[in-house]
Design a protein around this ligand. Structure first.
Ligand SMILES: Cc1cc2nc3c(=O)[nH]c(=O)nc-3n(C[C@H](O)[C@H](O)[C@H](O)COP(=O)(O)O)c2cc1C
Length: 187
């Protein structure tokens, strides 16, 4: 049934999963699917960058609702950054790209993900993903530290194979690890 994506036999939380434009976005389909199977009501927000890596049809099918991409989406007359935040139990950003991390750390509100982030009143879990040199760049280190200080829960990244054909830090945590990190907020 469209719009009703919860498994009625399980405890349902209202979750928003933000997906930014990194290669790890393909893993977020598994993350979203698992969260839906666990009984949660999941809405997906795709950044413009994310749409280069994964398609809206995937997330529409997985969640039963078209993902939100446009900050002026007419389904949300008050604005999706307002309506998605109402009664939201947890916001998960995976992958969290360097750009969206910077936007959230600085409070830029210059796209839907960063504007929604500013309007959220629930816990936030971010799973960064980027190349090793990006992850170690002082600007990124500063921004991640700022987010930690602001109360954001950072999961990973892990060391491993990166799409730039190197092994190093920056690989997004696996979906099950992200869900494990979210457990305190899902019970
Ligand atoms: C093939 C490819 C892979 C990329 N992977 C990443 C990544 O893993 N992490 C990241 O921060 N940026 C990555 N980028 C750069 C982002 O896509 C770029 O900064 C984009 O503006 C981010 O979009 P968004 O933050 O609006 O989603 C990648 C770019 C390309 C072309």
């Amino acid at each position: 049934m469209a719009g009703s994506n919860t498994n009625p036999s399980k405890c349902s939380k209202k979750l928003v999963v933000g997906i930014a434009g990194g290669i790890a976005a393909y893993k977020s389909a598994m993350l979203v699917s698992k969260l839906v199977q666990d009984g949660h009501n999941v809405s997906v927000v795709l950044s413009q960058g994310a749409t280069k890596f994964v398609g809206p049809a995937t997330f529409a099918a997985l969640t039963g609702k078209a993902p939100v991409i446009d900050p002026f989406d007419p389904r949300f007359p008050l604005g999706p950054h307002i309506e998605l935040a109402v009664n939201c139990d947890l916001f998960i950003l995976a992958p969290a790209t360097a750009r969206v991390i910077a936007g959230c750390a600085l409070g830029l509100a210059n796209d839907l993900l960063t504007t929604l982030y500013l309007n959220l009143e629930c816990p936030v879990v971010m799973a960064p993903a980027m190349s090793g040199p990006m992850w170690e760049k002082p600007a990124v280190v500063r921004n991640v530290e700022q987010l930690r200080a602001d109360g954001v829960h950072i999961v990973g990244p892990e060391n491993g194979w990166l799409s730039c054909r190197r092994i190093g830090p920056g690989r997004m945590s696996e979906p099950l690890s992200i869900i494990e990190a979210c457990k305190p907020f899902l019970e």
